[in-house]
Design a protein around this ligand. Structure first.
Ligand SMILES: Cc1cc2nc3c(=O)[nH]c(=O)nc-3n(C[C@H](O)[C@H](O)[C@H](O)COP(=O)(O)OP(=O)(O)OC[C@H]3O[C@@H](n4cnc5c(N)ncnc54)[C@H](O)[C@@H]3O)c2cc1C
Length: 289
């Protein structure tokens, strides 16, 4: 059962922002797939719910100069249906495909996924390797932040009281850029990811110029860029020996939560290395034996 609360559905960012500031114990509502579940469980008990879905212009995917802009209210099914996302950002498209189930993807927004800030959130590691930026707005103005500066910890972001996440900006990468996404889960059907991994490769054809970006989810308090591994793998020839070295290094770089119900730290330490190998094999058509 949901507790009683007052409900507002403003049609502008300014009004939504003012309402959130006016009512101390209030929450924004987007798709509701996190918020309403948490309210039903009694984990959050807002007196006022401010539905932001009536605000226009926040549910579009469009190309702006040098970037693709994704409105915060864009749902995961919209990401899947978008030709721009499918062709330019396979890593984001693939994560959307495996997120939840059709009904959840129909309501769940990318903005809600980011603000909920779960370490294993589906969009987290893809947005980290894509080096996305986010725009936040309130009645007082607008700020732009890098995604890794915005996401601060488990359930924590840099949002100030009254600010709404409005837009996600992803740089347009050269056409030969490759990317992919892997996730582990306990069951084949719908389940939250036990861990996930996003990989993006710039200049894939050249050993010298190749730049590899890797981020893992559910192995730290936020999605985690594995910079040391990126340095080991970028601008060099990829050999079986190097991959083995990378797999031995991974456990030193991640800090999976020991109390996770979905997977043990030992499992995650092995799987991150395996996903890295799988990503390189898939994107570069290599085989490591
Ligand atoms: C059955 C089920 C399966 C799921 N499977 C997955 C899964 O596989 N992978 C996964 O990552 N998640 C999963 N989730 C979690 C959830 O669906 C996602 O995190 C979703 O993207 C949240 O988006 P939402 O629009 O529903 O957010 P809401 O529930 O509306 O909001 C979540 C939080 O973000 C705040 N918020 C939302 N939008 C904004 C905004 N624009 N600006 C400021 N604050 C905002 C809200 O106040 C609230 O605190 C699942 C949930 C359920 C119930």
């Amino acid at each position: 059962m949901l507790m009683e609360f007052d409900y507002y559905a403003p049609d502008s960012i300014e009004d939504a922002s003012k309402l959130l500031k006016k009512y101390e114990n209030s929450k924004f509502l987007a798709g509701g797939t996190d918020l309403l579940v948490n309210m039903k469980k009694g984990k959050v008990r807002p007196d006022v719910v401010i539905d932001i879905k009536k605000i226009k212009g926040l549910n579009e995917i469009k190309e702006v100069y040098g970037y693709v802009s994704i409105g915060a209210l864009v749902t995961f099914n919209q990401l899947i249906e978008s030709e721009i996302i499918k062709t330019r950002y396979p890593v984001l498209w693939e994560c959307a495909k495996v997120m939840g189930c059709y009904e959840i993807r129909n309501r769940a927004t990318i903005g809600g996924n980011i603000v909920n800030a779960s370490p294993g959130s589906e969009s987290g590691s893809p947005l980290f390797v894509l080096e996305a930026e986010v725009k936040v707005r309130s009645d007082e103005g607008e700020r732009k932040l890098k995604i890794n500066e915005f996401v601060k910890g488990v359930g924590k972001t840099d949002l100030k009281r009254g600010e709404i996440l409005t837009e996600i900006l992803i740089p347009v990468y050269p056409e030969n850029t490759k990317s992919t996404y892997f996730r582990g889960s306990r069951v084949r059907g719908m389940d939250l990811a036990s861990l996930n991994l996003a990989m993006l490769i710039l200049n894939p054809e050249s050993d010298e110029k190749r730049e590899i970006r890797i981020a893992a989810g559910a192995v730290y308090i936020t999605p985690l860029r594995l910079k040391e591994i990126e340095d080991m793998l970028s601008h060099t020839k990829l050999t079986t020996e190097l991959i083995e070295k990378v797999k031995r290094k991974v456990p030193q770089l991640i800090q999976p939560r020991a109390t996770s119900l979905r997977a043990t730290p030992e499992y995650k330490k092995v799987m991150v290395g395996n996903f890295i190998e799988m990503g390189l094999e898939k994107l570069l058509n290599l085989r490591f034996y």
